[in-house]
Design a protein around this ligand. Structure first.
Ligand code: HEM
Length: 512
């Protein structure tokens, strides 16, 4: 059957899905509860589509959290005949990601559009737990995002922070408000582009700037990507190809640009110390003795995923942290005192200062807890298993509601309050004890085998940006208070992006 391509408003798509599914799908698939098996509690569902409507709402992590408060930390839902289990407490996360870690080490297979550079067969993030994924993960944690390579690329980020700082000083002179998310995206995008391929995104330089546009466009497609991954395969069976045209267009544009830069890299090989991520990956690709033979498409997919995973997340955390600091002057004052006493006012904060600023780290951790950028994580069960006394069947999509876990009143005192002090090690507690206690209740970077390999870089970006903004400037917002209303689905965002005006409190010509 010829594939039908649909790319209009989500609402109409869901209506269409509902109608089509009534006439077609229910004839072929019906959800039956296996006999003698205890499934997790399930709230009432709609005919045919089941609980699909719950995922349509913006802030679905909040509605799922409310359902969990009523039905318990494990929920059994379904979208058509696709079973979905929602996990909402630290102890259940511990069961899923530690006790049954291997069983949940894969995500829902994303190869709805096999050719696409994101969610395609060559992707790392969507790859099942297997030989390819393990090879790439090792490469990421050793050669691409490991301590040594972060150290080697430190100067790149310091250059970009210099530009960021100059923009803030300029805004201060002009008494203009700063759009924090926008400036932060420039900082992270430029840094990642330089680390990956030795090009900045700013200025008239075509390719890197195009990449930034494509990253923004893809981030805007995230909800559609999740829908396509969840129900796309099922709908393909009846000839419906969700969002294919839109995804493939973006993927082809990424492909074109990255291919051009790959060729440039091949034609101009660099010396060891000057190598960027692209050089390293090309070298691995050409290595006949490598444990796994990666292809050009593997390289392209991984790079797209690094552009996507590494930019928006840190920008969102920085924006939320600054909003909370402006709304809590006493916390801002304490943080500033720490920076002034450790770094002083005669030089600007640097990456090497970050380990000596525990309160700054606590502020970032608390921003990641209260406003986690990824409120929902998805995994897939490779085999049937028992979790918390309930059965989870093979091939079930498991959604971990990180938002609910990190605001669970059973694990966190006053969970909705912004209190960085909770991350300062109390004198009577050792660091280990503290880590143990937080365990699976604190998962802004996920956990287990599929945890984020870029967490150290994420802490560096946010630490440098927040440190620079707090050390160098006083901040004011219209009305005196920031509106911290949330929006977003796959990525938690500020409904009213932060606009705040800087007043310099440090000499712009300070060293370095
Ligand atoms: C504050 C910043 C960041 C946050 C909050 C964040 C959060 C996350 C989360 C929640 C996951 C899913 C983990 C899971 O399923 O258990 C993830 C995965 C991932 N992140 Fe990050 N991330 C950040 C920064 C970065 C950076 C800077 C990079 C790289 C440049 C990166 C690359 C990735 C990749 C490649 C994955 C997929 C891992 C896999 O499937 O094995 N992230 N991140």
């Amino acid at each position: 059957m010829a594939a039908i391509t649909i790319d209009f408003q989500l609402f109409f798509i869901l209506i269409l899905l509902w109608l089509l599914s009534r006439f077609c799908l229910s004839a072929f698939f019906s959800f039956k509860k296996p006999k003698d098996i205890k499934l997790p509690p399930s709230p009432p569902s709609l005919p045919v589509i089941g609980h699909l409507h719950l995922f349509r709402s913006a802030l679905c992590h909040k509605s799922l959290k409310n359902l969990s408060s009523k039905y318990g930390p494990l929920l059994h839902l379904r979208a058509f005949n696709i079973p979905i289990v929602v996990v909402s407490s630290g102890s259940m996360v511990n069961e899923v990601l530690r006790n049954h870690g291997l069983n949940f080490a894969s995500r829902q297979s994303g190869s709805v559009f096999e050719e696409s550079l994101f969610c395609g067969v060559s992707g790392f993030t969507s790859a099942p737990y297997g030989e390819y994924w393990r090879f790439m993960k090792k490469l990421l944690v050793t050669k691409l995002l490991g301590a040594h390579s972060l150290d080697r690329t430190r100067l790149i980020r310091e250059e970009e922070v210099k530009t960021f700082r100059a923009i803030l000083f300029d805004k201060a002179v002009k008494k203009e408000a700063v759009e924090v998310e926008k400036e932060m995206m420039k900082l992270t995008n430029n840094s990642i582009c330089m680390m990956i391929m030795g090009k900045r995104c700013s200025g008239e330089n075509g390719e890197a700037e195009r990449i930034r546009e494509l990253v923004t466009k893809t981030i805007g497609l995230m909800k559609k990507i999740v829908i396509a991954i969840t129900v796309g395969k099922l709908l393909k069976k009846v000839g419906i190809s969700l969002f294919e045209k839109e995804f493939m267009q973006v993927s082809r544009s990424f492909d074109e640009i990255i291919e051009k830069i790959l060729v440039e890299h091949e034609e101009n090989p660099k010396k060891d110390e000057d190598k960027d991520m692209m050089d390293v990956l090309l070298e691995v690709c050409a290595d006949e003795n490598a444990e796994f033979k990666i292809t050009r498409n593997h390289i392209k997919s991984l790079l797209v995923e690094l552009f996507l995973g590494g930019t928006d997340t840190s920008a969102q955390v920085t924006q939320w942290a600054m909003a909370e600091l402006i709304n809590h002057p006493e916390i801002l004052k304490k943080l500033r005192q720490e920076i002034d006493s450790v770094v002083g006012k005669t030089r600007f904060i640097q990456e090497t200062d970050l380990p000596n600023l525990p309160y700054l780290q606590a502020v970032i951790k608390e921003a990641l807890r209260v406003h986690t950028p990824s409120p929902i994580l998805a995994r897939n069960s490779m085999e049937g298993c028992n979790i918390g006394g309930f059965y989870i069947a093979k091939n079930t999509t498991v959604i971990i509601n990180t938002y609910a876990v990190m605001r669970d009143p059973n694990s966190w005192e006053e969970p909705d309050k912004f209190q960085p002090e909770r991350f300062m090690v109390a004198p009577q507690n050792g660091k280990e004890e503290m880590r143990e206690q937080q365990g699976f209740n604190y998962i802004p970077f996920g956990s287990g085998r599929r945890a984020c390999p870029g967490s150290n870089l994420g802490y560096i970006f946010t630490g440098l940006a927040i440190g620079t903004m707090v050390q160098g400037f006083n901040w004011s917002v219209d009305g005196g208070k920031v509106n911290t209303e949330e929006t977003g689905d796959t990525m938690l965002r500020m409904a009213h992006p932060l606009m705040c005006t800087p007043v310099a409190r440090i000499d712009p010509s300070a060293n370095p």
